[in-house]
Design a protein around this ligand. Structure first.
Ligand code: ADP
Length: 164
């Protein structure tokens, strides 16, 4: 059987151009891609679940086989619920690998029918993370070219609000 439905999970707090690159590449490999926002309150995200879903929806508007959703339990249960065959994770550096491998093995143990696929990042986005982007924005720097335009605006609003 060919893998047709893939999940690209993450916190996306907020989505960066590195995430978009992985989502675009997944959308060329799989018939359907569901970007799944993890609603994990223990992580105390900067943006609410709805804000993160909204930014992704806007940024992925050009990809007709990509939909956005969210989950708050086990990823593999969500994968089963939407009949996904694959979980796609981006790898930026060797330092990502150890954790990602552990998660892949764990998810295989819980749901052997769901395969994990690793996608190396584009080298020019390999330094990029949501935390870095927030730090730049918080300190008043430009995040042009690092995040989708809509996200740039939301970051400005978020950190202006906090400063006032
Ligand atoms: P998580 O909290 O699950 O790590 P993130 O939102 O930080 O969620 O990342 C989601 C996925 O996107 C992960 O697979 C991560 O490795 C990948 N990713 C993060 N930043 C980049 C980037 N710059 N380029 C490609 N993939 C990335």
């Amino acid at each position: 059987m060919f893998a047709c439905v893939a999940i690209v999970p993450g916190s996306f707090d907020p989505v960066t151009n590195g995430h978009i690159d992985v989502i675009e590449r997944a959308s060329r490999l799989f018939r359907t891609v569901r970007v799944a926002v993890a609603d994990n309150s223990a992580k105390r995200p900067t943006f609410s679940r709805d804000e993160r879903v909204g930014m992704l929806t806007e940024a992925c508007g050009h990809l007709s086989n990509v939909t956005i959703g969210w989950f708050d339990g086990l990823l593999v249960e969500y994968a089963r619920a939407i009949s996904a065959h694959a979980i796609v994770r981006g790898l930026r550096a060797v330092s990502d690998f150890e954790y990602e491998l552990q998660m892949a093995h764990t998810n295989r143990c819980l749901a052997p029918e769901v395969e994990t696929v690793f996608m190396p990042t584009r080298t020019d986005y390999s330094f990029l993370s949501s935390s870095i982007v927030k730090e730049i924005a918080r300190l008043g720097g430009s995040v042009e070219g690092l995040v989708p335009d809509g996200v740039r605006q939301r970051l400005r609003e978020k950190f202006d609000q906090r400063a006032s």
